[in-house]
Design a protein around this ligand. Structure first.
Ligand SMILES: O=C(O)CCC(=O)C(=O)O
Ligand SMILES: [Fe+2]
Length: 313
């Protein structure tokens, strides 16, 4: 059972018990009324207009992995390449706050390339800022729920390197699908578009269109995480599970699809690149620097195979 929480209750700090119960239970929450409260539908439509832009406009913001002439390693556009079937765009905090881009020495703080689409950067910046606000409210609630110092939210996340990711799942030709991506279920033959994984960071806020296909792993197998009209899905990252000693669950999830095109927009709310994360009071484990943790996990994902991180000069 995935709890449904009105977004106003989260923003006003009145939903701690419900948030903790979802975080400790299924590891998923639904926030209701987000589009209405934060005015997200128009900027989202403008942002997703990226996928309909002419090919030269999209090509101009490719990552280095897909265009050797590009200097972008971490931010920017990615396309299907054998390892994955998705097309997407990774966006960093500079889209909302230009001063948050680094000097280029560390890919994790590199500036986001901006597609030449009128109004795109402003809309995307507004969406990014709204997601950050919501991520911060959820983080405060989780810290209170864990009995941790709420001031950690500001300390670790004020210079967050969160990623806003635009995703397009294409419709696939069934004849061309690799056998290891076929999933036979009660609903018939489906295709594994995103393999089972946990998210790396802290809190993920996910918008998905009406297509469906997202599933979370429950005690008795895979359960559907349906789209919430005007709302968002929340799940929790591996770092938060580890940090909370397992009290908060980073639930494995996957996406089935292939029959129809699907769009989704996850926002991965993450600490600053140099945030030094100490164990929770009484917790086990050693302190670590968030950027190092993220890089180590990230390069395991197909989209980042082969990329290197130059140490800051
Ligand atoms: O597209 C979705 O619904 C989920 C995407 C996802 O799990 C991810 O990008 O980590
Ligand atoms: Fe995920």
């Amino acid at each position: 059972m995935i709890p449904v929480i009105p977004v106003e209750a989260v923003l006003e700090g009145r939903a701690d018990a419900a948030i903790m119960s979802g975080a400790a239970g299924s590891g998923f929450l639904t926030l209701a009324g987000v589009d209405a409260a934060l005015g997200l539908a128009p900027p989202r439509a403008a942002m997703l207009g990226f996928f309909g832009a002419p090919e030269p406009v999209r090509r101009a913001v490719l990552r280095n992995k897909y265009d050797p002439a590009s200097r972008h390693v971490y931010r920017g556009h990615f396309v299907p390449d054998g390892a994955g079937v998705l097309e997407g765009f990774d966006i960093g905090p500079d889209i909302a706050w230009p001063e948050r881009a680094g000097d280029g020495g560390d890919p994790l703080t590199e500036p986001t390339p901006r597609p030449a689409i009128p109004g795109w950067a402003a809309a995307t910046g507004a969406y990014y800022a709204a997601m950050s606000r919501l991520g911060m409210a959820l983080t405060r609630a989780l810290l209170r729920g864990l009995g941790a110092d709420e001031a950690l939210a500001e300390r670790h996340f004020a210079r967050s390197i969160s990623t806003l990711r635009l995703l397009r799942y294409p419709a696939l030709d069934p004849a061309a699908i690799a056998p290891d991506r076929v999933v036979e279920g009660a609903g018939g033959r489906r295709f594994l578009m995103t393999r089972a994984h946990t998210d790396s960071g802290f809190v993920t806020l996910l918008w998905q269109d009406r297509t469906g296909g997202l599933q979370a792993e429950g005690p008795d197998g895979w359960i559907a995480v349906p789209p919430a009209e005007g709302g968002l899905v929340v799940n929790f990252g591996q770092m938060l599970e580890d940090w909370s000693g397992g009290r908060i669950r980073a639930t494995p999830h996957r996406v089935l699809g292939g029959a129809a095109e699907r769009f989704s927009v996850p926002f991965f709310f993450e600490p600053a690149v140099d945030a030094r994360i100490e164990p929770l009071a009484g917790g086990a484990g050693a302190a670590f620097v968030y950027g190092d943790f993220l890089w180590e996990r990230m390069v395991r994902f197909p989209n980042f195979h082969g990329v290197t991180r130059r140490p800051a000069a």
